[in-house]
Design a protein around this ligand. Sequence first.
Ligand SMILES: [Zn+2]
Length: 215
Amino acid sequence: MRVSKETVVGIEYTLKDDKGNVLDTSAGHGPMEYLHGASNIIPGLEQGLEGLTAGDTKVVVVQPADAYGEYSDKLIQRVPLDRFGENKVEIGMRFHAETNLGMRVLVIRHVDDKEAVLDGNHELAGKTLTFDVKVISVRAAELTELAHGHPHQEGGCCGGGGCGSGESEGGCCSSEGSAGGCCSTEGSEGGCCSEEPAAQAKQGGCGNGGCGCSA
Ligand SMILES: [Zn+2]
C-alpha cells in the first residue's frame, strides 16, 4: 500500500536544520504514526511522503512556508512588567496566551527594568528543515481514526489511551519540542490532547466519545 489520503503511516525520522544540527528524532521512541491527509504533520513533510511504501527511505527538505512559517516580527510584543503582577519574569520562560493569531506559546526573549519582550514565533519558524525519513508501515485508516483525524494504534501520538488522560505540560500534544510530531499543528486547544479534563471537553475534543477512544 502506498502513502495516500486516509492511510495511517508509521515513520522513523531524524529532523535537522540547515546546518545539520539534529533537532528531533524518533530514535528511541519507535516509529511515529500519523494519519495522512489530516494535517497531523507539517504540510511539506506530508507531501514529501506521498506515494511511498513501507521500507522506502527519503530525504525531505521543507521550506519554512511548508513547515512552521516564516519568522514574523508581528509576533514580537513588548509587555510592561507590571502586567505580570507578582509572577517572576525570566528569559526563556514560556507560557500559553491568547493573541490576535489565536492561542500561541510565547517565550520571554528579553527583560529590562520596564518591560519584557515576548516572542510568539514557533521555535522552528523561518527554518528550512531536513527530514531523513524511513517509512515503516502503511495501512488503511479505521473509520474512527478518520472521524477523529488521528491514528489510534499504540506508538502514535494519541495511542495508549494517552488522550484525555490529563497528562499536561510536555504531553503528547504539547506544541513545544514536538517538531514535526504528529500533533504539532498549532491551534489544537480543545483538540485531542487538550489539557482540560475530558468531562469539560466540548466540540470535537477528547470527551464526547472522542479520543481516549472508549466510545
Ligand atoms: Zn481519537
